[in-house]
Design a protein. Structure first.
Length: 446
């Protein structure tokens, strides 16, 4: 079968890896179907209109049958860490349900991305054990499974990378658990996608487990130190004899974009070394050239711009039922983000003219107009850069006789002073934020 006729199912479509994989599948000519519990969350993705979307859950047999119909290969990119205690059992049940449904539907191949750990170790963390058990459960079915086991994934938006980014930016002296001295073999997200695509196009019709990693083996402490170096920071580490995992997860959830329950699983996962022991992936796919850590970090930092990140907060607003107006405050891909959507009772052209006039006034003081898309987008960059990089964005979208107006602040903190700047001046910034939005509404509404 020509790959142009192959139907590919991607599960976990709202997740990080899926959002990077799907565009590349489409660019290669595959027909892509995605499975999501909340399809509304996909509306802001630039590939939304190019895929077939199925609403469903891997625990729901009926929705799985519909999603897997006529599928050649299915990517299994799902976890249940946000469920908290008992997520290991849920992940095993989900894998068993998916494996059986894939067998019934006649799926030819399942590709699964799991976690990298020594499964023969007697002291493996629950998170890593669950990832390994998920792969084993998938392989109990009759559909051949290619399982990739990866350590820390380096890329803007990766859960692990965002933990590293925000913690390293914030703390000049990082409070540290002894687990930071354990070893990891981080891998660039570009290489992860390379492997996932290669398994689709080059695979043996048998089960296989492939360990993947970058060329650098380092401790978690060294990962943070080298990130700090890339950002021009100097970081020291204060190792404490004991820090409760719950307390660590609470702290991570407080200062990073990673939710507390997911942080708890990931923090406990650092109790194991996570390095490649079997270099079979390189033997199977010698055409893939591992990207070193410093290059992967540089590539991730190049995406620190409002027009290069995924606008997931917009879909969250729509998913909440507030499609015509709403407010969101996010930490996402290195940014603090403040977003507000309102409806203006006027056409898009006069609304954009009012925004342009206000932007010109701001540009004379402390902003530079960076991007203009006539009657659609206006992006201003703050000239002040000492504590971080900031942008102010307006977007307009015609909605019949009215116009949807969104105003968004992006701030990428640089070091602890950036965090202090954001939090201490937050009330002033928010007053200014709402003043500008109200001014635009007042001048536009007839």
């Amino acid at each position: 079968m020509s790959h142009y006729n192959k139907l590919i199912l991607v599960t976990g479509a709202t997740g990080y890896i899926a959002s990077r994989l799907i565009p590349q599948l489409l660019d290669r000519g595959y027909i892509v179907r995605v499975l999501a519990r909340n399809p509304q969350c996909l509306r802001s993705r630039n590939w939304h209109g190019r895929v077939e979307i199925k609403q469903g859950d891997v625990m729901d047999t009926a929705s799985l049958a519909a999603a897997l119909k006529d599928v050649h290969t299915a990517y299994y990119l799902i976890h249940s860490m946000s469920s908290g205690v008992g997520y290991t059992k849920l992940e095993t049940q989900a894998a068993r349900s998916f494996s059986l449904a894939a067998e019934v539907a006649g799926v030819q191949h399942i590709i699964y991305l799991g976690g990298l750990a020594d499964d023969e170790s007697g002291n493996i963390s629950p998170h890593m054990l669950s990832r390994i058990k998920t792969g084993e459960t998938l392989m109990q079915g009759k559909v051949p499974v290619t399982e990739f086991r990866a350590s820390v994934i380096i890329g803007s938006g990766s859960t692990s990378f965002e933990m590293i980014r925000f913690m390293t930016e914030l703390f000049p002296i990082v409070p540290s658990h002894p687990w930071l001295k354990n070893k990891s073999q981080p891998i660039a997200v570009q290489n992860v996608i390379d492997y996932l695509l290669s398994a689709l196009e080059k695979w043996e019709k048998t089960d296989s487990v492939l360990e993947i990693g970058g060329p650098d083996i380092m401790t978690y402490q060294e990962i943070m130190q080298r990130y700090a170096r890339a950002r021009g920071h100097k970081r020291k580490f204060l190792f404490l004899p004991y820090i409760p995992v719950r307390l660590m997860a609470f702290g991570v959830g407080l200062v990073t974009p990673v939710p507390r329950l997911i942080a708890r699983a990931l923090v406990r996962g650092m109790s194991d070394d996570s390095i490649v022991q079997h270099k079979n992936a390189h033997e199977v796919y010698p055409e893939i050239h591992p990207i070193d850590f410093d290059t992967a970090t540089r590539l991730a930092l190049e995406n620190l711009h409002p027009l290069k990140i995924e606008r997931v907060w917009e879909a969250d607003i729509e998913n909440s039922g507030a499609s015509r107006s709403g407010t969101a405050i996010n930490k996402h891909e290195g940014f603090f983000i403040k977003y507000k959507k309102v409806m203006v009772y006027n056409q898009a052209t006069p609304v954009y003219k009012v925004i342009s006039k206000i932007a010109a006034g701001l540009g004379k003081r402390r902003f530079v107009i960076e991007t203009i898309e006539h009657n659609k987008l206006l992006l201003l960059r703050a000239e002040q850069k000492a504590s971080g990089a900031g942008w102010l964005e307006w977007r307009v979208e015609p909605c019949g006789e009215t116009t949807a107006l969104t105003q968004t602040i992006f701030f990428a903190p640089r070091g602890w002073s950036g965090f202090a700047y954001w939090y201490f001046l937050y009330p002033i910034h928010m007053l200014t934020f709402y003043y500008l939005l109200q001014k635009i509404k007042d001048e536009c509404n007839p």
